[in-house]
Design a protein around this ligand. Structure first.
Ligand code: ATP
Length: 233
């Protein structure tokens, strides 16, 4: 079933569109990458989906229900989780305390999180402030997934992290999300990393989709991707 459907969405800032006539879908259990150069409108797309920006035109549907005008906290309750860098990680709390305390009385699936992120287990009693950047990001993602979101939005995981760390983290996120039937929409500047683990991808240039399709086809046809990027220059 289609979890998320954007139809001809136009959105931006102060009446100036940053994305135009955008069509995009994410299915249940699917990982979709949103690629494109700086300023293409990737972050704007995520903010529109999570309700921080109200579209000027078009329709955003979650389970086929129109989300326009729904406040971000309500969309969060409906299962849209927007993972921002270091979001929800507190330096004074241990890894384990993050799971025990949860958020707003929400029950977290700690056991499943430990199974999918075994690297967190030896860090259970360590304060988050003493974790490396990659470990903090892993904790933030594990917490986001332990809340059992329907749709996880991830913005630029590779920012500030070594590619090798991202390469290890992304497949874990994908497996975990597929396990709980969540969709993932992943914004990445590094197309190689993203295409390795996504099911499908969209390329955004100047706020418009210039290319989309199965990730493996895009990987095999790098010119398609490079051409889209060069088109932006
Ligand atoms: P990057 O990878 O550089 O973050 P992006 O693809 O995520 O790029 P967006 O951040 O969505 O792109 O930006 C799209 C356009 O909207 C850009 O022209 C940007 O300058 C503009 N923009 C982004 N945020 C704001 C804002 N808060 N106010 C006004 N304009 C903004």
């Amino acid at each position: 079933m289609t979890l998320l459907r954007l139809e001809r969405v136009t959105a931006g800032y102060d009446g100036a569109p940053a994305i135009r006539d955008l069509d995009l879908t994410v299915e249940t259990g699917e990982t979709v990458a949103l690629l494109g150069p700086n300023g293409a409108g990737k972050t704007t797309t995520l903010r529109t989906i999570s309700g921080f920006i109200r579209p000027m035109g078009g329709r955003v549907g979650l389970d086929d229900r129109d989300t326009r005008g729904t406040a971000p906290h309500r969309l969060a309750r409906a299962g849209i989780s927007h993972a921002l860098e270091g979001h929800g990680v507190f330096s004074g709390l241990t890894t384990g305390e993050h799971f025990r305390l949860g958020r707003r009385g929400q029950r977290l699936d700690t056991e499943r999180a430990r199974e999918h992120f075994p690297a967190l287990v030896p860090l259970w009693e360590r304060r988050a402030g003493l974790l490396s950047g990659g470990e903090q990001q892993m904790l933030a993602l594990a917490l986001a997934l332990a809340r059992r979101p329907r749709l996880l939005l991830i913005d630029e995981l590779s920012l500030g992290l070594a590619p090798a760390i991202v390469q290890r983290l992304l497949p874990v996120v994908r497996r975990y999300a597929a396990d709980i039937g969540a969709g993932v929409l992943l914004v990445e500047q590094n197309p190689h990393l993203a295409l390795e683990m996504a099911d499908r991808a969209y390329v955004l240039v100047h706020g418009r989709v210039v290319n989309h399709g199965p990730a493996d086809a895009m990987r095999r046809d790098p010119e398609l991707l490079v051409g889209s990027y060069l088109g932006a220059a």
